[in-house]
Design a binder for this molecule. Structure first.
Ligand SMILES: [Zn+2]
Length: 415
């Protein structure tokens, strides 16, 4: 199959699920120079564009590609620390870091490939100092790498923040058109309050998104509120804990909560008052339920957050806390966990992630004007809950082709 970003092509399938509008039988997408020009019946679009090549998948369903709102590429299944408790797992992870350097790049390549083969088209990745950017950029995915920084390794809060801003700008040079480098304030227990506040201000000045792991574990709640617990044992030098408030309230106090911020997890200790703060600030959430399950981090109040108008996307996190980079599999887990409909799940995995990342004008649904970011799934759902059937197929290895900006970056079909 020719793989060209230029020219025109029609992608069509037995069922087309645009997410932004009802499913279409024998639906088609006209793509020109990577963007969607029209969505409609195959018969009509084919008739109106007789010279355009048609790639028709009669027994398949075309859906928007998955938008992974929170992931780490630099892990592999092998050597994963035991789960059960967050602090226990994190302590082991830190012990493994020196040995991990030898294989991080290879893991990042493999993880990006696994995500693509599961229908992912956009990924918000977080890695120390943006170390996984090369592998994301060469994978064919669209996405943003959020460079994490650890102020104690650098200097004063001012020096640390200016360092990571300069680093992200440098990383951002010469990238493919749909790949960016932004910044992550890793967490309330690794980045001090002053560095957090400065990073929040500086990234907003740059017009960047900002990622933070927030309210993930009971240990984090204890660290922020009481200055005690398992994380204090690991990060004994980090003396700013014990502020008597929840992680969400703390994050608000250092200006971390804003529409440009994506708060990953929000799994443990998120009160109704916290949900109100999150809603008022316009912050987005990335829901990683399998990682939360593995690390004993409880269940994120996702239905309540959605009900309060908070933008929620799905995230796989990384392979040391999660079984796969398949965002549709992550989403099916969430659908079962929260008793959601398949339609809600499919929306969370696609448009929800795009909204959370502020890129819903560019991707997340199959609509004219957006990039042609598509997943071709081996299923022909009929009655009942067709979106759930598609999620189940995509979760179970049923993605047959992945298209990013009109470019076929994965195709296991003949032709
Ligand atoms: Zn994470």
């Amino acid at each position: 199959m020719p793989e060209s970003q230029t020219g025109s092509v029609i992608f069509a399938a037995g069922i087309l699920m645009p997410v932004s509008s009802p499913p279409l039988q024998d639906g088609a997408v006209l793509v020109r120079e990577g963007r969607i020009v029209a969505v409609g019946d195959l018969a009509d679009l084919g008739h109106e564009n007789p010279d355009v090549e048609v790639r028709f998948f009669p027994n398949y369903t075309i859906i928007p590609g998955a938008v992974n709102a929170h992931a780490h590429l630099g892990f592999r299944r092998k050597d994963a620390p035991e789960g059960g408790t967050f602090a226990g797992w994190l302590g082991k992870l830190i012990e493994h870091l020196p040995a991990k350097e030898a294989w991080t790049a290879e893991a990042a390549r493999d993880c990006a490939r696994e995500a693509i083969e599961a229908g992912t088209t956009y990924m918000a990745e977080s890695s120390p100092y943006g170390e996984c950017l090369p592998q994301l950029a060469e994978s064919g995915l669209a996405g943003t790498v959020h460079a994490e920084f650890f102020p104690h390794e650098i200097g004063t809060p001012q020096e640390a923040v200016e360092f990571i801003i300069a680093k992200a700008r440098e990383l951002g040079e010469g990238l493919p058109g749909r790949v960016d480098a932004h910044v992550s304030v890793h967490s309330p227990y690794t980045v001090d309050p002053e560095s957090s506040r400065l990073a929040a201000r500086r990234t907003r000045e740059m017009g960047w998104t900002l990622v933070i792991h927030l309210s993930e574990s009971q240990e984090e709640v204890e660290f922020v509120r009481d200055g005690t617990g398992g994380l204090t044992d690991i990060f004994g030098a980090n003396q700013w804990g014990g502020m008597g408030v929840s992680p969400v309230r703390y994050a608000q106090s250092v200006e971390l909560l804003a529409p440009e911020t994506i708060a990953a997890h929000l799994a443990t200790g998120v009160s109704e008052e916290d949900i109100e703060i999150l809603a008022q600030s316009g912050v987005a959430a990335a829901h990683c339920p399998r990682s939360n399950d593995f690390l004993g981090c409880g269940i994120s109040p996702v239905p309540d957050m959605i009900g309060r108008g908070i933008r929620v996307g799905m995230g796989t996190d990384g392979l040391w806390s999660s079984p796969s980079m398949n965002l549709f599999e992550e989403t099916l887990f969430a659908v079962e966990l929260h008793g959601m409909s398949g339609a809600t799940g499919l929306e969370l995995a696609t448009l929800g992630g795009a909204r959370a990342l502020g890129i819903e004008a560019e991707t997340g649904t199959i609509e004219a004007g957006k990039w042609a970011d598509l997943a071709v799934v081996e299923t022909s759902p009929e009655d009942g809950d067709p979106e759930r059937e598609v999620l189940e197929a995509a979760a179970g290895g049923g993605v047959a082709a992945t298209v990013v900006g009109g470019n076929v970056i994965y195709n296991r079909l003949v032709g």
